[in-house]
Design a protein. Structure first.
Ligand SMILES: *Cc1c(COP(=O)(O)O)cnc(C)c1O
Length: 395
């Protein structure tokens, strides 16, 4: 049955091209783990994970064990890293689906270890990426508390120390001072590792901003000093958007950031269709609480897209959507399931006309950045709030 016409189109070819471009730029310094958490930033996990692997990704990153199980179903051979860690009772699924997990709490290691033993896994076989808190105060072990965690990776343990990870929290700040401080803390944590007679294959650091700021080479140098290989974890750039940097780096334009702006292709378009058009006299009020009043005779088009689909309520009376190649203002409040645009100035609008919420129509474009600016948020939130009832269609 055809769906209600509010849908997302995913250009999987663009994911492949974005991944190949980024991997080419990161090589030979860093392996890229493709971040497909949160349903691939709302783009659809199955479509996107499969496309990334087809483009050469050997690793995928998901938030949870349940997302990992879903990724495993489409990508039988990829390394899959659960970046949010296991929760109680999830160890068995982790082991059964051959997922790797980030860990930093002793109880997470307990959960994984007992599940691995119960599954009869051999020593050093369940991969763990030990997260170090280098300054974000979110996930990760305090470097001062590492010794008892490191002691868990003894020769007889089913746990394998496969990677050491941290998250950079200011890689989009131009001066790089905070990133340098975090890398320095990581360097010292890795010294503790070798001091304990341990080694890990992967040094897993840095998301889209770190990659575009050109951190891959410095990371590879740090990794090499400890006999490790560098891994970075891009998310947003895979979906074709380069993060905006906060400070003067915009002026300086590191080579890779400006190259990426020219090369990355947005993967997602979000569309709907006009349900009906009505002509109203001056003075007509529109939507809940009549926050919009027609100042003249107007033509209004109804759309089957509302805030339950992810069309932010803050956009009402403050944004426009594309129809017949022109911007039509959203008038009145966005409802749960519907919204209204003013098409008075756009001749010929009729039921069934395609309306673009994010994407290109004719010479006009609406980006996720446009939504984020008006809603006072970031593009990551715009994407991940597109509702589950909006079908994701590969094009
Ligand atoms: C989400 C996430 C990423 C990817 O971030 P982007 O900025 O979208 O590239 C990388 N690492 C961790 C730990 C994350 O949570």
């Amino acid at each position: 049955m055809p769906t209600r016409p509010c849908w997302v189109e995913i250009r999987t070819q663009s994911i492949e091209e974005n991944f190949r471009f980024l991997a080419g730029q990161a090589a030979p310094h860093a392996e890229l783990l493709a971040i497909v958490k949160a349903d691939a930033y709302g783009h659809g996990l199955a479509l996107c994970a499969y496309a990334a692997v087809r483009a050469g990704a050997r690793w995928l990153g998901v938030t949870s064990v349940e997302e990992g199980v879903a990724a495993r179903a489409v990508c039988p051979d990829a390394g899959i890293l659960v970046i949010g860690g296991v929760f109680p009772g999830q160890g068995a699924a982790l082991a059964a689906h051959r997922l790797a997990a980030v860990a930093w709490e002793p109880w997470q290691l307990d959960e994984m270890e007992s599940a691995a033993v119960a599954a009869g896994l051999p020593p050093q076989s369940l991969p763990v990426h030990l997260e170090i808190d280098t300054g974000m105060s979110r996930q990760g072990a305090d470097p001062a508390a590492l010794p008892p965690l490191l002691a868990r990776f003894h020769a007889a343990s089913p746990l394998k120390l496969d990677g050491v990870m941290t998250h950079l929290f200011a890689a989009d700040e131009a001066d790089g001072v905070i990133t340098a401080m975090q890398m320095d803390r990581m360097d010292r944590a890795l010294e503790q590792l070798s001091g304990a007679g341990l080694w890990a294959e992967w040094l897993n650091v840095g998301a889209s901003a770190a990659l575009l700021a050109g951190q891959a080479a410095a990371l590879a140098t740090l990794a090499a000093r400890h006999g490790m290989k560098a891994m970075m974890r891009p998310g947003l750039v895979l979906y074709g958007l380069a993060p905006e940097f906060l400070t003067s780096i915009e002026g300086e334009q590191p080579a890779l950031l400006s190259a990426a702006r020219g090369r990355l292709k947005p993967v997602l378009s979000w569309k709907t269709r006009v349900t009906g058009v009505r002509s109203v006299p001056a003075g007509t009020v529109v939507g809940y609480n009549g926050t919009f009043v027609a100042t003249e005779p107007m033509r209004l088009a109804l759309l089957p897209a509302g805030y339950a689909d992810g069309l932010d309520r803050k956009l009402g009376n403050r944004f426009g959507l594309l129809v017949r190649g022109q911007r039509a203002p959203l008038v009145g409040r966005v409802s749960m399931d519907q919204s209204v645009i003013d098409v008075t100035e756009i001749p010929g609008v009729a039921p069934g006309d395609e309306v673009v919420i994010i994407g290109v129509q004719g010479d006009e474009a609406i980006t996720a950045f446009d939504h984020a600016r008006v809603c006072d948020t970031i593009v990551w939130e715009v994407f991940t709030r597109i509702g589950p009832r909006v079908p994701r269609i590969a094009v």
